[in-house]
Structure formats: C-alpha cells, structure tokens
Design a protein around this ligand. Structure first.
Ligand code: ADE
Ligand code: ZN
Length: 353
C-alpha cells in the first residue's frame, strides 16, 4: 500500500471510491471517439420521429436490445443503419453537442473526434450538410469548456477512389479539419489500399492516423504497413503491436501514440486487452484510454478509465500516465500541451499526493 492509500485509510475513505472520484475529476483528453458512435437511443428515437424514418424500434429498450455484437463486423452491421436518422444539418449538430455535453460531465477538456462522411454521402446526404452541423458543434463546444477538433475518416471497406473523391470535398474545408483517419471493417482492407490518398493528405499538411483494430487477420502486417509505408502519427487501437518488439521500439522511439479503447474491446473481442495496454505503458509506449463508440458500449471516458483501472489494478500513477499521454500525443501546439498538462498537475496537487 503506498502513501496515498495509507492517507485514505487514515481518513476512513474507500480506495475504490476515491480512485473513481480521482478518475472522474482529473482533466482528460479524448482522441478516439466516433461522433456517429455517440448516437444514444433517445436521440435516435427523437430524430427518427422528426424525420419520419422507420427504424424498426419504438422504445429505448427495443433499441438497446438490438445491440448484440460478437465482433467488429456485427457491431458495424448495427452501427451504420442507425445513421439513417441523421438527415438535416441540425441533426448532426445535435448529435455532436450531446457528446460535448457528456465530455464536459467527464471532465474532458480536449477532444479530437472522428466523423465518417461516406456513411452519410452514400445515402444521399450532402457533405456540406453533415460537415457544417459537426463543425458548428465543435465551435459551440468551447462554451462548455471543451476544445474540439475534427478528424475525417475514410471507410476502408469503400474504394480508394471514393476516399479520393471525399478527400477533394474536404479540401474545401481545409482549415477546419485537423487530421485524416481510416476506420470501418479492416478485413481484406489493409492500409496500403489507401496509400495514394494518405500520401496526399500528408503532403497537404494534415495529421494522419489509422485504425488497426484488435486481433484482425494480419493485424501485425497492417500495423507495420500503417507505420512504415503510410507513416501514421498515431495508431487507433493497435495493441497487437505487443507481438513485435521491433515495432514496439519503433513507436516508443518516435513517440507514436496508441489510442486504446478497453471497454469497446471487451464488446468486439471479449477482452479489454488490459494486459497489453499495461505492458505497453510499462514499456514506455504512449498508450491512451478512449471510449470509441460510447453510446453502443454504454461507457463514456471516465468509466472506461475506471473499468480498466479496476480490472487490471492500475495504480494512481499509471492512471496519471495514461491521462498525460493523451495530452502529450494530441495534435496541439507545445504551448497548449503545457497549458493542459499544468491543469492535470494542478488537479493532482489539489487532491494531495
Ligand atoms: N467505426 C466505429 N467504431 C469503429 C471501430 N472500433 N473500428 C473500426 N471502425 C469503427
Ligand atoms: Zn474506433
């Protein structure tokens, strides 16, 4: 038991409750969050009614009962059809604002959030409609004390040509998009399929990242390709990297961060991958904790931290390291980084060592 635990014991406080409070209140950054994955059942039903969309469910319980996933593919099969309720610019705004309110509740001071334009343009929604709604919300998030930026993701199960077409569209909004990512079903869709569009994005000065989902066929090959051929600055998920010490050295040396999502993992592969996350943290890799699709996995960021801390006996120091890693690998200026890291330190000081 360390001095922190001794202090709590003397004060007659429960360690678990205190760690939970500590996790809830510490200033956090979220770097792996799909705006479409924040569609809560109540908003889904409200928008379905407003837009006269038959979603086949009429109550929150019915919506929740449809959340039966055993792997990434079965999750995505529920995830994409739900997006039909998003029709007008204000629907996208409402969705994103609902997340930013949750972010505030979770003491998230900084968020880089993904959006999937092809999931909407492919069903007839104009790029401008979805983009303007999301962007307006990121601006209004500031009034909640949340700094928010957008990362456009290509759907990897769509063609490379479609990715290029959407890249051209996003250039109209160049200054409003922080980075470019890749998500959706990884099976048979390796990073190399999108080499050309990511090369352009890099040349144009976008930050770049990519999903390397958990336990995929060819996971380690895809991680290698993302790192060495595409030159990503972060890996989304990516914990299979523990299988290759050379690649672990590579990401540690270049400070390439991993945006891990333990609760999400527990839904799609029945394992939080907490041991891998802990090992990578101990090896000095910049691993972070994130919520991924919180409405579907019923867990926002504080709970994600709490679940992994509780299950894998993370120390308070390990929790702090995970929190700080997120600010350290965020795509912000050194001055902003210092500002946020000071907020974290001030909080830690305020609760005592
Ligand atoms: N889209 C939303 N969540 C995702 C995930 N975990 N992996 C790939 N694509 C996604
Ligand atoms: Zn994701």
């Amino acid at each position: 038991m360390n001095s922190f635990h001794n202090k709590l014991k003397k004060e007659g406080k429960c360690v678990t409750t205190i760690l939970k409070d500590f996790i809830t209140n510490i200033p956090k950054a979220e770097l792996h969050l799909h705006l479409e994955g924040t569609l809560e059942p109540d908003l889904k039903l409200k928008l379905a009614l407003k837009n006269s969309i038959d979603i086949g469910q009429a109550t929150i319980e019915e919506v929740q009962a449809s959340y039966q996933f055993t792997d990434l593919t079965s999750f995505l099969n529920v995830y994409y059809p739900a997006m039909n309720v998003l029709q007008e610019e204000d629907d996208f705004y409402q969705l994103a604002m609902a997340y930013f309110r949750k972010a505030k509740e979770n003491n998230i001071h900084y968020a880089e959030v993904f959006f999937d334009p092809q999931a909407h343009t492919s069903r007839g929604i104009a790029f401008d409609t979805l983009f303007n709604g999301y962007y307006r919300a990121t601006q209004d998030a500031a009034s909640l004390g949340v700094e928010a930026h957008l990362i456009l993701c290509f759907l990897r199960d769509f063609s490379a040509e479609s990715a290029l077409e959407h890249y051209e569209l996003c250039l109209l909004y160049r200054d409003k998009i922080l980075g470019i990512g890749l998500d959706s079903d990884e099976r048979d869709n390796p990073p190399g399929k999108f080499k050309a569009v990511f090369r352009r994005a890099k040349e144009d000065g976008f930050h770049i990242t990519m999903h390397c989902d958990i336990d995929q066929v060819g996971s380690i090959e895809n991680i290698r390709e993302a790192l060495l051929e595409i030159g990503v600055e972060r890996l989304d998920h990516g914990t299979n990297i523990v299988e290759d010490p050379t690649l672990v050295d590579y990401v540690r040396n270049l400070e390439i961060g991993l945006t891990c999502c333990p609760v999400s993992n527990s839904f799609v592969v029945d394992d939080m991958k907490g041991s891998e996350i802990k090992t990578l943290l101990q090896q000095g890799v910049k691993v972070t904790i994130n919520s991924d699709d919180p409405a579907y996995f019923q867990s926002y960021l504080s709970n994600d931290f709490y679940q992994i801390a509780d299950r894998y006996n993370l120390s308070r120091e390990e929790v702090i390291a995970l929190v700080k890693n997120a600010f350290e690998i965020a795509w912000i200026s050194p001055e902003s980084k210092t500002k946020y890291l000071r907020q974290v330190d001030a909080y830690i000081q305020s609760v005592g060592a």
